[in-house]
Design a protein around this ligand. Structure first.
Ligand code: DAT
Ligand code: MG
Length: 138
């Protein structure tokens, strides 16, 4: 067993489309545990820290605008190898090509905007998870 914690966000498109329950149900059905959870409309400063690795990219400003456009559900999820496991449940970044059976593949829509409304975020490593949990649950 390698028990880990990861930061999951249900992004504004997921909350707006009433998909929070469906997304959390998949996480729980997989056997992961919800350790912390809150609904919040993020401040820009939180998003700047969260997306620091993407600063300067063409989609950065539209991404921050989208992410602050409404409430998100921030969740700390715990479980065996949950970091990789949740990324697998979420599917690849682009909803158009994300595999069916994944959250992004089943529910994601891609309207060709500059920002991909891909419903969820999941930390990509142990280091990212600890950093991101510290940002969202200070
Ligand atoms: P992921 O969310 O799969 O970890 P990422 O960390 O590379 O992907 O990017 C963070 C978010 O930024 C992603 O969920 C959607 C947006 N994004 C990434 N690449 C993009 C692109 N080429 N065009 C538009 N938005 C993009
Ligand atoms: Mg990422």
């Amino acid at each position: 067993m390698t028990t880990e914690r990861t930061l999951v966000l249900v992004k504004p498109d997921g909350v707006e489309r009433n998909l929070t329950g469906a997304i959390l149900a998949r996480i729980e059905a997989k056997g992961y545990r919800i350790a912390e959870l809150k609904l919040v409309t993020p401040e820009r400063s939180v998003l700047e820290q969260h997306y620091a690795e993407h600063e300067g990219k063409p989609f950065y400003e539209p991404l921050l605008a989208f992410m602050s456009s409404g409430p998100v559900v921030a969740v700390v999820v715990e479980g065996d190898r949950v970091i990789e496991g949740f990324r697998s449940l979420a599917g690849t970044t682009d909803p158009t090509t994300a595999a069916p059976g994944t959250i992004r593949g089943d529910f994601g829509r891609d309207w060709g905007e500059k920002v991909q409304k891909n419903l969820v975020h999941g930390s990509d490593s142990v280091e990212s998870a600890e950093r991101e949990i510290g940002i969202w649950f200070a």
